[in-house]
Design a protein around this ligand. Structure first.
Ligand code: ASP
Length: 448
């Protein structure tokens, strides 16, 4: 029998996972609570979130550290680094801004929260039927959002960013997957520091960290072999716990999000690749397919990072130097899909709760979506917290602000599938950024 390529295996696993999830839910007579208590679900979770995602998370810290250090220190010079940083930053801001404008336009055209100018009765009924559950969930998310707000510096978003960039304890930052930005700064400092010292110490460290990087690449390849099993477990678990009634009530909202994400993923980003980078976008989709399937099933940019790094270097031909700078930073701060989603979600909540947002308020939502998407962690459902922060900002002291927790709970009920899609957009945008930066640096990318 001919051996199937990894992406086919992952795709087959994805379909089998959906079937297994559906069979499981049917076997329990559609009783989601019973499914949640079952051993079958525990088994799916073991295969997916515990083993597969667990292994990916395990290698994130040594992988990021060693690839940034070898990517930059290996070059013996830092020239052009500021240029690389400038281009990367310009791409992050530009692509997120385009994504948000797409989201804003689509949500204003489709108006998923309204029917004939009035709050959508299907969604209103859905919220009313589950009010207690949704309010409890919404309040829970709001509590973590308040914690985030309390920790904020008085200097606003820029102050926060700086604080997050400077870890006060190297080991603590390295042991916290959420403190990725700090880890990136430590790695950059190490790389620059190694470039500034001479002699045996420098050589020994560069060689050792290079060895660590090779090791991590090998381990990533091994973990990728487990991807089909992990993807099966993740899909089976999600489908087994998702009630069809939920999806139907929120259909218009979900379609709005999917259309907006689709426009960014299938139109805006490939256009940028073709027009600015002069590369064939289809080749890039093909190069990134394993990473895209992984981000879709894991809904976590961080967990997908090792795989996108492999795809970008092995298949797209982006250098270690560019990919190890643009990707880890992008997975942490550049989230186009998330920024777009925040914007659509906040406007949907306002529509459903009968609040009409004027242009000035919508502009505030856009700016806040851009800023908060930088702070969202690359883990499932992380943007819900940012949505609460935006709602708190624009709806403070307004009647619809008080009703918002229930609506946020309703959004959470259907979040997973949308999260899978926006995470894929996040990952794909980072990889497009890396290709564009690499191309502008004269690298031969996507040549085949
Ligand atoms: N799950 C997303 C990611 O990891 C973040 C989010 O939008 O919730 O990129």
């Amino acid at each position: 029998m001919p051996r199937l390529k990894p992406h086919w295996l992952i795709l087959i696993a994805l379909v089998l996972g959906v079937l297994a999830g559906w069979v499981t839910q049917t076997a329990f007579g559609g009783d989601i609570d019973a499914v949640k208590e079952s051993k079958t679900l525990a088994l799916y979770d073991l295969l997916g979130s515990k083993i597969f995602i667990g292994l990916l998370k395990m290698i994130i810290v040594p992988l990021i550290f060693s690839s940034i250090v070898t990517g930059i220190a290996g070059l013996h010079k830092v020239e052009g680094f500021a240029r690389l940083g400038g281009k990367t930053l310009a791409y992050y801001i530009g692509s997120s801004a385009v994504a948000i404008v797409i989201g804003l336009t689509v949500v204003n055209v489709i108006q998923p929260g309204l029917v004939d100018g009035k709050p959508n009765p299907v969604v209103e009924k859905f919220i009313a039927d589950n009010r207690d559950d949704f309010e409890a969930k919404g309040n829970e998310i709001a509590a973590s959002a308040n914690k985030v707000e309390d920790e904020k510096s008085k200097l606003g978003a820029v102050g926060d960013l700086i604080v997050r960039m400077i870890p006060t304890n190297v080991l603590a930052a390295a042991s916290d997957n959420g403190a990725m930005l700090g880890l990136i700064v430590i790695s950059l400092l190490t790389a620059f520091g190694l470039n500034a010292i001479d002699g045996y110490g420098r050589e020994a460290l560069v060689t050792a960290i290079g060895g660590l990087n090779d090791l991590m690449i090998t381990v990533t390849r091994w973990i990728m072999k487990l991807a089909p099993i992990g993807v099966f477990g993740l899909m089976a678990s999600i489908i087994a716990q998702t009630g069809p009634g939920f999806l139907l009530s929120m259909l218009k909202y979900m379609l709005t999000v999917l259309i907006a994400l689709g426009l960014h993923f299938f139109v805006a980003l490939p256009l940028a690749l073709a027009l600015i980078g002069r590369v064939n976008p289809l080749r890039h989709y093909r190069a990134m397919r394993d990473a895209l399937l992984t981000s879709f099933t894991t809904a976590s940019s961080s967990a997908t990072l090792p795989i996108s790094m492999r795809c970008l270097q092995d298949n797209a031909g982006v250098s270690k130097r560019t990919s190890s700078f643009v990707l880890p930073l992008g997975a942490t701060v550049n989230m186009d899909g998330t920024a777009l989603y925040e914007c659509v979600a906040v406007l949907f909540i306002a529509q459903v709760l009968g609040a009409s947002l004027d242009v000035a308020t919508q502009v505030t939502v856009v700016v806040l979506a851009l800023l908060t998407s930088v702070g969202v962690a690359g883990v499932p459902s992380a943007s819900l917290v940012a949505i609460v922060i935006i709602v708190n900002n624009v709806a403070a002291q307004q009647p619809w602000g008080a009703a918002a927790p229930a609506a946020i709970g309703a959004i959470f009920a259907v979040d997973r599938i949308l999260d899978m899609c926006r995470t894929s957009v996040n990952i794909f945008s980072d990889s497009c950024g890396a290709v564009l930066v690499a191309k502008s640096e004269g690298e031969a990318v996507l040549q085949e």
